[in-house]
Write a protein that binds this ligand. Structure first.
Ligand code: FEO
Length: 397
């Protein structure tokens, strides 16, 4: 396999030895339409060190890439920056294959590894700020708790000015383009934002702490190597600045209208809300759940100023696609949004009350009473929808 699955050079002494997952389309609710990579890195120092492993099923691919550079049994140290199974699913297979002298993880990482796996060796716990001497090179560990799990830490390789950042600064994007400058820029920015919105948004306070910690570390990062997607080498500061911006959740004049429809009434109301928003100067994103995935809606909400939701009533309940989407968005904990609610019903309502209650729990400031329509909206109802759009536009523009 090593003649097919080969390592790729990152620096003179660091190799990418990860795996490409072209087929994954769902990452715990996040639509990964462009697949992903599980990045692992080999540091060729006096103590040869493997940084992270890959998801179960991809271990042989990683070991083959390692084998294209060095006999895997010559690896001395294994560092696990993050214990989620997309980075550790092959760790037992890897330890058995390389027989490292030591395996390192944070204290929470060690607990998670023992809880997930029947490990064939002990894990050596490293503390926040601890340095690991590799002989010719030095790594400093920095805990980045809750970016993405309590165990998360990053590893900074001083001599190469290279930060192994685990999930942080990553994206789900499969491909053979190893570096940011080899990729379409607009695509990178879109996928990085999608990753932040769907993975890190609810952890923004932890992201701010992690960014401050990296600054304290005095790390002059020339290269940022996350565990998913391309390596940032042309302008690593761009992704760090983007994280600082997204963590602050600045709001814009964009309004996202999320809705579904049964027989067209709520769809007509959504379009009327959209007309009012546009007339008021807002940027309008109408996102019908018949065609939009919840994770793309989360991405749009990352910098939106308003969230407006609409649904028909079915069996006295909110339409199920809205319940699904709002449950997901609520968990992502966006802050600073204004919004509104609209919906239709036949002989018994329920949807708008449920939607309004959910927006309240999400701390979305509702600027008006919900707009309701029995059966098909008449011109008065449509005017109320239009006015709702205009009112919201006035607040966010
Ligand atoms: Fe890529 Fe939190 O795992």
């Amino acid at each position: 396999m090593k003649d097919v699955f080969k390592a790729q050079k990152v620096t003179d002494s660091v190799w990418w030895v990860g795996a490409i997952d072209w087929s994954i389309r769902d990452f715990h609710g996040y639509h990964t339409g462009r697949g992903t990579t599980y990045n692992a890195f080999l540091v060729m120092a006096d103590k040869v060190t493997l940084i992270d492993t890959v998801k179960a099923g991809f271990g042989k691919e990683m070991l083959a890439r390692i084998g294209s550079v060095i006999d895997p049994q010559k690896i001395d140290f294994l560092v696990s920056n993050h214990s989620e199974p997309d980075h550790t699913g092959s760790i037992v297979e890897t330890i058995n294959a390389i027989k490292p002298e030591k395996v390192f993880a944070s204290s929470m990482g060690a607990k998670a590894l023992y809880a997930h796996f029947d490990l064939p060796c002990e894990v050596t716990v490293v503390s926040d700020g601890e340095q690991l001497d590799l002989g010719s090179k030095t790594i400093t560990f920095a805990e980045t708790r809750m970016c993405h799990w309590p165990d998360s830490m990053v590893s900074y390789l001083h001599e190469d000015k290279l930060l192994f950042s685990q999930d942080v600064f990553g994206m789900h994007l499969a491909g053979h383009s190893l570096f940011d400058d080899q990729c379409d820029r607009a695509l990178l920015e879109q996928e990085a934002a999608k990753y932040y919105a769907n993975i890190l948004l609810p952890l923004s306070i932890s992201v701010k702490k992690a960014l401050a910690k990296l600054s304290d570390l005095g790390a002059e990062c020339k290269i940022v190597a996350p565990d998913h997607g391309p390596i940032w080498r042309s302008d690593p500061q761009w992704i760090m600045d983007a994280y600082a911006k997204w963590a602050a959740q600045p709001r814009t004049n964009k309004a996202v209208v999320v809705y579904d429809t049964m027989w067209g009434s709520t769809d007509l109301m959504a379009r009327a809300v959209g007309e009012g928003l546009a007339a008021g100067g807002a940027i309008v994103r109408l996102m019908p759940l018949s065609g939009e995935h919840r994770s793309d809606i989360a991405t749009e909400i990352l910098d939106a100023g308003a969230l407006i939701v609409g649904a028909p009533t079915i069996n006295n309940q909110v339409f199920p696609s809205l319940a699904d989407c709002l449950s997901y968005l609520k968990g992502l904990r966006p802050i600073g949004l204004v919004g509104g609610v609209f919906g239709s019903f036949g002989w018994g309502g329920g949807a708008v009350k449920s939607l309004a209650g959910t927006l309240e729990k999400m701390n979305v400031e509702q600027l008006a009473e919900p707009v309701c329509s029995q059966y098909v909206p008449d011109s008065d109802v449509l005017k109320n929808c239009y006015d709702l759009g205009q009112l919201i536009a006035k607040r966010i523009t």
